[in-house]
Design a protein around this ligand. Structure first.
Ligand SMILES: Cc1cc2nc3c(=O)[nH]c(=O)nc-3n(C[C@H](O)[C@H](O)[C@H](O)COP(=O)(O)OP(=O)(O)OC[C@H]3O[C@@H](n4cnc5c(N)ncnc54)[C@H](O)[C@@H]3O)c2cc1C
Length: 358
């Protein structure tokens, strides 16, 4: 069977790996000359956002028999509100390195491929490829093809401004800030590469390209951030919904299939799930939709959660962050397997109604 994959991002690479396991030799078309990201950063997989999956690295091993080494364990989350901060410690998930370096996450998957042909510096055109291959997996990280085919519904556009910074960090921590003044409907996060270097990123929606610079400056000023900035990047993130996700012999996965969840902008777990599900659909005919139902439902729930979260004020943010200090709240949020995306939006809306009544 002839299978082409457009894009050697995480989704494309995981899909190739699973296809190989199932006896298929795919061909990848990658527009860049390299594997990895043009800029370095550290991403997180936080277990609570991907329930019922408890441990993502173990999940990948169980599902695909692949050994992925995280850059670090995530054992501390600092939640900074406008006036209150709460630090929680525990086994929260993992940190992964995205870069052009050999130890980046994408390289780990890339080096495990044994039979896949990768064509670098080639822009994959889904129309041409769909005539030459039995299946074409669209994993280019953009809504381009889905838009052209009329199966893309845009949910939100976020602007991202980030940097690599030098300072003193706890390498197993994630630091988050929420403050309407400089994050609007978004957040700022800091994820360390090591004890001296970290990624610091402002993500916000409902702003234009110029406003993101103002939010960035306001964040640095308000929080009195004095880290040395060594490398900066800016990008646009689009999140949305693709349906149908199979169009003749085209299968959409990862960000191209609306795989980025609309609350925090996380896409790693969804990309992996869609990737191995697409491979099993191609090789064994197992329904793609049935395999990815859990994650697509979760994306819809996360959208509701985001809408409810956007209604909160700075006072509400402080209340929420203060409530994390309560042993019961911490236990419910991080120590049980409760579905946060499903019930979180409902709880927040109730809270807002109560607030309005007061
Ligand atoms: C700054 C930032 C921070 C993030 N943080 C997190 C996080 O903390 N946790 C998390 O879970 N997720 C995070 N994400 C999202 C996550 O990285 C992605 O959802 C995930 O990597 C899946 O991406 P993908 O493979 O679908 O697309 P991509 O990684 O974008 O890969 C697409 C690939 O296709 C190639 N390509 C594009 N067009 C073509 C074409 N026409 N022909 C051939 N090749 C093409 C590109 O060069 C690229 O290699 C973050 C993303 C960014 C940008």
């Amino acid at each position: 069977m002839k299978v082409a994959i457009i894009g050697a991002g995480l989704a494309g690479l995981y899909c190739a790996y699973e296809l190989e396991r199932l006896g298929i030799r795919p061909v990848i078309f990658e527009k860049n000359s390299f594997i990895g990201e043009p800029f370095s950063h550290v991403t997180a997989v936080v277990d609570i956002t991907h329930r019922p999956i408890k441990d993502f690295v173990k999940h990948l091993k169980d599902e695909m028999d692949i050994d992925i080494k995280p850059h670090n364990l995530l054992t501390k989350i600092v939640h900074n509100g406008p006036n209150i901060a709460t630090t929680l410690k525990g086994d929260f998930g993992y940190l992964f390195k995205y870069s052009k370096d050999d130890d980046s996450l994408k390289h780990q998957v890339y080096y495990k491929l044994k039979k896949t042909e990768i064509n670098f510096n080639i822009v994959g055109d889904y129309e041409t490829l769909s005539k030459k291959y039995d299946y074409v997996v669209v994993a280019d990280g953009t809504p381009h093809a889905a838009k052209e085919l009329g199966c893309w519904q845009q949910w939100l556009k976020t602007h991202v401004r980030g940097a690599t910074v030098h300072g003193d960090f706890d390498p197993t921590s994630l630091v988050m800030w929420i403050n309407k003044d400089y994050t609007k409907n978004g957040y700022v996060y800091l994820t360390p590469f090591d004890s001296r270097k970290a990624s610091m990123v402002v993500i916000t929606s409902d702003v234009n390209e110029r406003e993101i610079d103002r939010y960035w400056e306001l964040f640095l000023y308000t929080e009195n951030i004095k880290y040395t900035i060594v490398e900066e990047f800016k990008l646009e993130h689009i999140s949305g919904y693709v349906y149908p996700r199979i169009n003749d012999n085209l299968i959409f996965i990862g960000n191209s299939a609306g795989g980025v969840e609309p609350f925090l902008g996380f896409g790693h777990v969804n990309a992996a799930t869609m990737a191995y599900s697409a491979a099993r659909y191609i090789a064994k005919g197992i329904s793609f939709e049935k395999q990815i139902k859990v994650i697509m439902d979760r994306n819809l729930e996360m959208r509701e959660f985001r809408k409810a979260f956007n209604m909160l004020t700075n006072k509400n943010y402080d209340m929420l962050i203060a409530s994390l200090r309560l042993p019961l709240a911490k236990q419910l949020l991080y120590d049980t397997n409760i579905n946060i995306s499903k019930y979180g939006g409902w709880i927040l809306k109730k809270l807002m109604k109560e607030n309005m009544r007061l």
